[in-house]
Design a protein around this ligand. Structure first.
Ligand code: SF4
Length: 338
């Protein structure tokens, strides 16, 4: 039976129906990429039970179906191949439960150590209905993952899935890898060149490692740039291992908690009550510049070197609020602000 959900008003300030959802299975990653927007790394251990993930997946399916849509679920992290047995068990259980198939599975290919293992894993994923494989490679990943493994994974995946179902971010870095980077200046130059080729949001670790490599502007330059489109009106969300529901591109901003309520109920609650969400309300009204005003009242001091983008400003202000204990339930988890 379809859940009963009120249709949201069509005003610009309405919460979008989520129909593109990433399940972040872990913050663990073999790598510690300079640009990682969720701050993943080898030190993180959070684990989420498969039954919990399946309940979120089912609820996401129900939400989209209630609006005549089909949910597209992607599995990501961190690195979802950290625990192969758990990953494949989850995908099999979702298939057996009749949930929507995995639209995309994301990996950096660190595990593709030899042809036989790579082919066996990819054939099983394809047999279980995974629609597309996304392989991440760029100067940041290439510092941690040997390019031979990435090439092996992509070549085998194109044979198993078919070329149209394998996405590489980014092909130019696969053709023309940028590592090794012998020293600090060449690393900075390579990072700058990579950012010029493919724009990335300067949040998470990127706010600390990459933003300082770019020209800074005063915070006032970002006044008036609201974030309604990226937050409230985005159809794309992520759910992390703790059940934090983030806007798809803004990890660390907790729209709501996926607790023991069903996802359609959580969505409905947020659709009704988002103006009382302190961080979200600021971002919808005035973007990171509005958030800055809140933080200044709590002691935040603007960086004299300025900010590379509105998202750099946002990430810096949010880190301050989180570390000073002013984020409440709206900012987290600690991994995102480490
Ligand atoms: S400024 Fe913040 S809320 Fe706005 S798009 Fe960037 S990270 Fe997201």
């Amino acid at each position: 039976m379809r859940p009963t959900i009120e249709t949201p008003s069509e005003t610009p300030a309405a919460l979008a129906v989520w129909d593109f959802a990433g399940l972040l299975l872990t913050y663990w990653c073999n790598a510690r990429c300079a640009f990682c927007y969720v701050n993943s790394g080898p030190e993180w251990r959070a684990h989420v039970a498969p039954e919990t993930v399946l309940a979120w997946w089912r609820g996401l399916d129900e939400l989209a179906a209630a609006y005549g849509r089909t949910m597209r679920v992607h599995l990501s992290g961190g690195e979802p191949f950290r625990d192969w047995i758990s990953l494949i068990s989850l995908i099999r259980a979702a298939r057996d439960a009749g949930l929507t198939p995995v639209d995309k599975l994301e990996t950096n290919a660190f595990w593709a150590e030899d042809e036989g293992l790579t082919r066996a894993r990819l054939e099983l994923l394809a047999a279980l209905g995974v629609q597309r494989l996304v392989v991440s490679t760029d100067v940041f990943h290439q510092e941690y993952v040997p390019i031979e493994r990435v090439r092996r994974c992509v070549e085998v995946a194109r044979r198993v899935f078919g070329p149209g179902r394998v996405i590489v971010r980014w092909w130019d870095f696969l053709r023309d890898p940028m590592v090794p980077l012998p020293d600090r200046p060449s690393r900075a130059a390579a990072y700058r060149a990579a950012l010029a080729r493919h724009k990335d949001r300067l949040t998470g670790r990127a706010a600390e490692t990459l933003a300082p490599l770019l020209p800074g502007r005063p915070a006032a330059a970002f006044a008036g740039l609201n974030c309604a489109a990226e937050t409230l009106q985005s159809r794309h969300v992520h759910i992390d291992p703790y059940g934090n529901i983030f806007p798809g591109t803004c990890a660390g901003i907790v729209l709501a908690q996926a607790d023991n309520r069903r996802i359609p109920t959580i969505w409905q609650d947020l659709a009704t009550n988002w103006p009382r969400h302190p961080i979200l309300a600021d971002l919808v009204a005035g973007g990171s510049y509005a958030l800055l005003q809140r933080a200044k009242n709590l002691g935040y001091v603007e960086r004299p070197t300025g900010y590379a983008s509105k998202c750099h400003l946002c990430a810096d202000v949010r880190r301050f609020l989180f570390r000073k204990g002013h984020g409440g339930e709206a900012l987290g988890p600690a991994e995102c602000y480490a």
